[in-house]
Design a protein. Structure first.
Lengths: 599, 388
C-alpha cells in the first residue's frame, strides 16, 4: 500500500493526433516500466482496430514508479480514456477515477474541437489541469499563440504550460515533475469499509473478465468477497494487482490506488461501468454517485449477405458482446433483408467499429440498414414508447407526439468555410447557440437533432470544409419534433428497410434524394420500375427506372458457348447478392447508399 | 420446317478452323493471325488430318451432318487443302447423304477465283463476309475488298454453290436508321436464302476496343441499338427472310444446319487452332479447346495426335446453362424436358409465368419455350432470369 501523499492519478486529454499516445509511451519509457525492447509504439492501444485508427475504446491504466526531484518515491497512475464522444460515459467515469489531467495541445495546430470537449469533461469532474504544448520540435509550432488560445478559449492559465516534444523526448522530465508538484494527491480512508469504483472491464482470453478499479476507501484484497452494488452480484476475488503495463499481482490495493481485479465473472455484461464495489460482509453506507447503465443511442439493422450465415452472425455478436456490454442486439426480420439483428450502439463510431470487427474478425459479409436514433413516441393513451426501428412505427392516429434526441455540437473551422458550415447546420435544423473566434478560426456551437447527424453529417461537414473543420458533440436532451415516417415504394411495394423518420420540413427533399439515388442503384429490369417516396398514402417524390431495351450478344457460335456460360454463371452469382423485392432485385449496397447524399 | 431431328443430341458436326487472314480487321477478336514469310501449307494440313484421325477414334460411329470451314479466312486455303481435309473426314466417319459443307470466304476477287476449286473439293455452301454495302463503311471497317468486288463475289457464289449466305455488320458508329434501311433493302435484294446480320460488338483486345475506351468511337446507345434491331426484324420478315436466330435470317429450309447444331446444343468436334468442341462420350458431355497459336498447335498435334489443351467434363448445371444460352437464341426455342434432362432441375413456373406475362416468353404448340421477338433484344437478361 502506497501512502496517499505519494500517489498521483491522472489522465491525458487531447484532440486526436495531438500526441496523447506518444506522450504516454514516453512516460512509460522514462520511468523505466518497460525497456526499449519491450516498447512497441503506443503500448496502450491494444486492439488492432484501435491501433489502426488511433482511437481507444477501452480504458487502460498503467502504473509508473517515479523518483521525483524532492527525493520522494511516487506511484503515478495513468488512465488512458476512450477518446471519442460515443464513449462519453466511460470517459466520464475514467476521469472521475483521477484527480488531474494533462491537457495536450499540438503547438503547431492549436486548440481543436475535441480539445474543448475533452477538457470540459475534465473540468466537469473537478480536475486540476496542466497544459502541455506538444510538438514544439516542429517548425510550425507557435507556442505563444497556442498559449493565448488556451487562455482565451478555455480560460485556463497557460503561463506555466509545459513545452515538450513527445517525439524527441524533450521536456518529458518536466511533465513528470509537474504531475507530482501540480496535481493533488487522492484522498481516502484506509480504515473505512471498502468502496471502489468499477472503471471499466474487458474480456481477456487467459484471465477471463478483467475489472479495472479505483479504490476510494478501505482496501481490496485477494480472496475477499466483494459485492457490486448495482447488480448485487458477489464474487470472491482471484487476483488483485496493477499493470505497469505488464500485469503484476500485488494481492492488495489501498485507497487512492488504481489497479485490476479478477474473479469468476462470466461476461463483461455482468460488470457495469460506474458501479460501486464494496465488501460483501462490511459494505459501505452509500454507493458512489453518477452511476447509470449503458444506453444505446443509435440503432441499425445488420443482416447477413448470405442467409446461411445467420447463425454465424449470432455467434459473432455474442462473442463481441462478451467484451462490450454497451452493444446490444436482438433478432429482427425484414421483408427485404430476411433474418438479421437490430443492434444498438453508443454512437456512430461505435457502430462502425462493431461492423468492421464483425466483417474483419469473423469474416462476415453484412448489409447494414440506415442508422436511426431512438425516438420517444407519446401515444394518445398517454403511454410512451421507445422506437428503435422506423419500420415499427405505430399507427399514426394513435400517436400524439414524437420526441427526438438532440445534441450539443462544437465545430471549430477556418473562417473560409464558416458560411458553408452554418448553411449545413441550418439545413439540418440546427439552432446556433454560440459563435466566437479562436485566433483566426471560428468556434460554433449548435444544438442539432441527432437524427440529422446520423444521416451523413460527418461526410458533408468534411466535404464542405475540405477536411479542416473539427467536430464533437454531446447528447443533450429530447425535444418534440414534427416527425413523419417516410416509406419508399419500389414497384408499388413498400421496402421496410428503407423507411425512415424525417422532419416534415425535410421530407420532400430527402424523399427526392432517395428516389434519385435508388434510380442509380437499382439496375434496369425487363419492365419499368416506379420508385416512390410516400408519407402515409401521399406520394411526395417519384422516379422511374426505364425498362431495359437492349441486352443481347450479337454473335454466338460453337466457340462462344463456354464464354457465354461463364458470363451466365457470373450473372447468377450477382443475382444472389441482390435482394428480391416483389419482382424487383435490389442490390444490397442500395440499402446503405440510398441514405447517403453527396455533393 | 427443319429437317433435322429435334433433340440436338443426335446431330454431329465438324468445325474446322483456319487461323490465317490477309490482314487483321480492327473490330475482330476471332483467332486469326497474319503470317509472314514462308509457310508450308501442305505440312500444316497434315496436322488437320492427324487430329481428325485421333478424334474419330474417340468418336466412333458418327454420321457427319455438316462440316464448317471457319476462320480466320478459309478462302485463303488452296482448294487442294480443303479436299484433303474433307477426304480425311470421309475416311473416318460416315457422311450424311445430305451433308452440308460450308466454307467462310472473304469477298475479294482473288478468293472468288478459287470458288470453283472449292466446289470441286466438295464444298456446297459458302458464307461471305461482305460486312457492308456502303464504300465508306467498308473502309472504316478496314476491309480489303470493295463493294463492287463483294457484290460480284456474292453473285458468283450464287451461281456456283447450291446455297450461300453473306454477313453484314450494322449499328456501326455514325450509322443512321435511314442509311441502314437503304443498305439492308439492297442486301435483301441481293440475298439468296440466308443472311447473317450482326450488330457491331466492341470486343476486348481489338483496336476498336481501345478507340472506344478512349472515346474516339461513338457507338449507338441502347435505344438506338434497339431501334436498329426492330427495323431489321421488320424488313427481313417482310421480305421472307425472318430471323430463325438472333442474328440469322433464312427462307424456311435454308437455315445453316451447322450453326443449328450449336444452337440446338448438339455434338460437334473442333479441329484446328483454337477450335472448340462439345463431345458426347459415354453419355458425358466434354468441352474441348485446342491450342490457339497456329504453329504450336501443329507441333502439339504432331507430338500427341491432337491439339487439345482443355478437355472438361461438364456437370449438369453447366450443361443446362449452355443449353439455355444457346437454345433460347432460336425462334424454335428450347424443350423444357430436354432442359430438365440436361440440368437435373426444372425451370421455375412462376419465373416462366412472369416472363410470359410481360410478353418476353411464349410456349409453342409443341411444348417448346421460346423468347419472343419482343424479348430477343433483351435475350441475355431473359436467360439470366430463367437460369437463376
Ligand atoms: N513532430 C512531432 N510529432 C509528434 C510528436 N508527438 C506525436 N507526434 C506524431 O503525431 C502523430 C499522432 O500522435 P499520437 O500519439 O498517435 O496522437 P494521439 O491520437 O493523440 O494518440 C504521430 O504520427 C506521432 O508520431 C512530437 O512531439 N513531434
Ligand atoms: C468468323 S467471322 C469472319 C469471317 C471472314 N474472315 C470475314 O471476315 O469475312 C464471321 C463474321 O462475324 C462477324 N463479326 C466479326 N467480328 C464482329 C464484331 N466485332 N461485331 C459484329 N460482328 C462481327 C462478321 O460479320 C464476320 O463476317
Ligand atoms: S474479320 Fe475475318 S478477315 Fe477480318 S481479321 Fe477477322 S477473321 Fe480475319
Ligand atoms: Mg492514440
Amino acid at each position: 500500500m502506497t501512502p496517499l501523499k505519494n500517489i498521483r492519478n491522472f489522465s491525458i486529454v487531447a484532440h486526436i493526433d495531438h500526441g496523447k499516445s506518444t506522450l504516454a509511451d514516453r512516460l512509460i519509457q522514462n520511468t523505466g516500466a518497460l525497456d526499449t525492447r519491450e516498447m512497441k509504439e503506443q503500448v496502450l492501444d491494444s486492439m488492432d482496430i484501435e491501433r489502426e485508427r488511433g482511437i481507444t475504446i477501452k480504458a487502460q491504466t498503467v502504473r509508473l514508479e517515479y523518483n521525483a526531484a524532492d527525493g520522494e518515491h511516487y506511484v503515478l497512475n495513468l488512465i488512458d480514456t476512450p477518446g471519442h464522444v460515443d464513449f462519453a460515459y466511460e470517459v466520464n467515469r475514467s476521469l472521475a477515477a483521477c484527480e488531474g489531467s494533462l491537457l495536450v495541445v499540438d503547438a503547431s495546430q492549436g486548440v481543436e474541437a475535441q480539445t474543448l470537449a475533452n477538457v470540459y469533461q475534465a473540468i466537469e469532474v473537478d480536475h486540476e489541469i496542466v497544459p502541455v504544448l506538444n510538438k514544439i520540435d516542429l517548425p510550425a509550432a507557435d507556442v505563444d499563440r497556442v498559449k493565448q488560445q488556451i487562455e482565451d478559449v478555455i480560460g485556463l492559465d497557460a503561463s506555466d504550460a509545459v513545452e515538450i516534444s513527445a517525439k524527441t523526448g524533450l521536456g518529458i522530465e518536466k511533465v513528470l515533475e509537474a504531475i507530482v508538484t501540480r496535481l493533488p494527491p487522492p484522498e481516502g480512508d484506509p480504515d473505512a469499509p471498502l468502496k471502489a469504483m468499477l472503471v471499466d472491464s474487458w474480456y481477456d482470453a487467459y484471465l477471463g473478465v478483467v475489472v479495472l478499479v479505483r479504490v476510494i476507501d478501505g482496501k481490496i484484497r485477494k480472496g475477499q468477497k466483494v459485492r457490486m452494488m448495482a447488480t448485487k452480484a458477489t464474487y470472491e476475488l482471484d487476483r488483485v494487482g496493477v499493470f505497469t503495463p505488464k500485469l503484476v499481482d500485488l494481492g492488495e490495493l489501498g485507497p487512492g490506488e488504481i489497479g485490476f481485479i479478477t474473479a469468476s465473472i462470466k461476461e463483461v455484461a455482468d460488470t457495469n461501468v460506474g458501479d460501486t464495489i464494496t465488501d460483501d460482509k462490511k459494505p459501505c453506507a452509500q454507493a458512489l454517485p453518477g452511476f447509470r447503465p449503458a444506453q444505446p443511442v443509435v440503432f441499425c439493422g445488420l443482416f447477413p449477405v448470405d442467409a446461411n450465415d445467420f447463425e454465424d452472425l449470432r455467434a459473432a455478436m455474442g462473442r463481441l458482446r462478451l467484451n462490450d456490454a454497451s452493444f446490444s442486439y436482438e433478432m429482427e426480420t425484414s421483408a427485404a433483408l430476411g433474418f438479421g439483428f437490430r443492434c444498438g450502439f453508443l454512437g456512430l463510431l461505435h457502430l462502425e467499429i462493431i461492423q468492421e470487427r464483425l466483417s474483419r474478425e469473423f469474416d462476415l459479409d453484412l448489409v447494414a440498414t440506415a442508422p436511426s436514433v431512438v425516438y420517444e413516441i407519446g401515444m394518445t393513451d398517454g403511454t410512451m414508447l421507445e422506437l428503435h426501428n422506423p419500420a415499427d412505427m405505430p399507427d399514426p392516429v394513435k400517436v400524439d407526439h414524437i420526441n427526438e434526441p438532440w445534441i450539443k455540437a462544437t465545430i471549430l473551422t477556418p473562417d473560409d468555410y464558416l458560411g458553408a458550415i452554418l448553411k449545413l447546420c441550418q439545413e439540418r435544423r440546427g439552432i446556433q447557440t454560440d459563435l466566437s473566434y479562436v485566433g483566426s478560426r471560428a468556434l460554433v456551437q449548435y444544438d442539432l437533432p441527432l437524427n440529422e447527424v446520423v444521416f451523413d453529417f460527418y461526410d458533408r461537414l468534411k466535404s464542405v470544409s475540405k477536411g479542416y473543420a473539427s467536430f464533437d458533440y454531446q447528447i443533450s436532451d429530447y425535444r418534440e419534433g414534427d416527425l413523419v415516417r417516410m416509406s419508399i415504394l419500389v414497384n408499388g411495394e413498400p421496402v421496410d428497410a428503407l423507411s425512415i423518420l424525417v422532419h416534415r420540413s425535410q421530407a420532400e427533399y430527402r424523399g427526392r434524394a432517395m428516389c434519385e439515388k435508388l434510380k442509380e442503384l437499382i439496375p434496369q429490369h425487363l419492365f419499368q420500375i416506379p420508385i416512390q417516396a410516400a408519407i402515409g398514402g401521399k406520394v411526395i417524390a417519384r422516379e422511374t427506372i426505364r425498362a431495359l431495351r437492349k441486352d443481347v450478344t450479337a454473335k454466338c457460335y460453337g466457340g462462344d458457348a463456354t464464354r457465354k456460360r461463364k458470363l451466365l454463371e457470373a450473372q447468377k452469382k450477382g443475382k444472389k447478392k441482390m435482394r428480391q423485392f416483389g419482382k424487383v432485385e435490389i442490390p444490397q449496397e442500395a440499402f446503405i447508399k440510398a441514405l447517403k447524399m453527396d455533393g | 420446317m427443319f429437317e433435322m431431328a429435334r433433340g440436338g443430341d443426335n446431330a454431329f458436326g465438324v468445325y474446322v478452323h483456319w487461323p490465317f487472314c490477309a490482314a487483321k480487321c480492327p473490330y475482330c477478336d476471332f483467332n486469326s493471325h497474319v503470317h509472314r514469310g514462308a509457310f508450308d501449307e501442305e505440312d500444316f494440313v497434315t496436322a488437320y488430318e492427324t487430329e481428325i484421325a485421333t478424334l474419330a477414334e474417340r468418336l466412333p460411329n458418327r454420321t457427319v451432318a455438316s462440316v464448317f470451314f471457319g476462320g480466320g479466312t478459309p478462302s485463303l486455303m488452296a482448294p487442294k487443302s480443303v479436299e484433303r481435309i474433307l477426304a480425311a473426314i470421309q475416311r473416318h466417319w460416315q457422311m450424311d447423304n445430305r451433308v452440308e459443307i460450308t466454307l467462310e470466304a472473304n469477298p475479294t476477287s482473288v478468293e472468288a477465283d478459287r470458288f470453283r476449286g472449292y466446289r470441286a473439293a466438295g464444298v456446297n455452301r459458302v458464307s461471305l463476309g461482305v460486312q457492308s454495302l456502303d464504300p465508306d463503311a467498308l473502309a472504316a471497317l478496314g476491309r480489303l475488298h470493295t463493294v463492287g468486288e463483294a457484290v460480284a463475289a456474292v453473285r458468283l457464289a450464287q451461281s456456283i454453290f447450291e446455297r450461300s449466305s453473306f454477313d453484314l455488320i450494322y449499328a456501326r458508329p455514325h450509322q443512321t436508321l435511314e442509311a441502314w434501311e437503304y443498305e439492308l433493302t439492297e442486301a435483301l435484294a441481293l440475298a439468296a436464302g440466308h443472311l447473317s446480320l450482326y450488330q457491331l460488338t466492341i470486343e476486348q483486345g481489338t483496336r476498336y476496343f481501345d478507340l472506344y475506351e478512349a472515346g474516339k468511337l461513338i457507338m449507338p446507345d441502347p435505344d438506338l441499338s434497339a431501334d436498329f434491331y426492330e427495323l431489321t426484324q421488320e424488313l427481313t420478315a417482310k421480305t421472307g427472310l425472318p430471323a430463325y436466330e438472333i442474328s440469322n435470317h433464312a427462307r424456311p429450309g435454308q437455315e445453316s444446319r451447322h450453326n443449328l447444331v450449336y444452337w440446338r446444343y448438339g455434338e460437334y468436334a473442333g479441329i484446328g487452332p483454337g477450335a472448340h468442341g462439345r463431345l458426347l462420350i459415354d453419355g458425358v458431355r466434354h468441352a474441348t479447346v485446342d491450342e490457339k497459336m497456329p504453329f504450336p498447335w501443329a507441333e502439339r498435334v504432331k507430338a500427341r495426335g491432337h491439339g487439345m489443351t482443355l478437355d472438361d467434363a461438364l456437370n449438369q448445371e453447366e450443361q443446362g446453362d449452355e443449353y439455355l444460352v444457346m437454345g433460347l437464341r432460336l425462334a424454335e426455342g428450347i424443350s423444357p424436358e430436354r432442359y430438365r434432362a440436361l440440368s437435373g432441375r426444372t425451370l421455375r413456373d412462376e419465373q416462366i409465368a412472369e416472363l410470359t406475362g410481360i410478353g418476353f416468353l411464349s410456349q409453342l404448340p409443341n411444348g417448346n419455350l421460346r423468347v419472343t421477338d419482343k424479348g430477343f433484344p433483351v435475350l441475355d437478361a431473359v436467360v439470366a432470369d430463367l437460369a437463376a
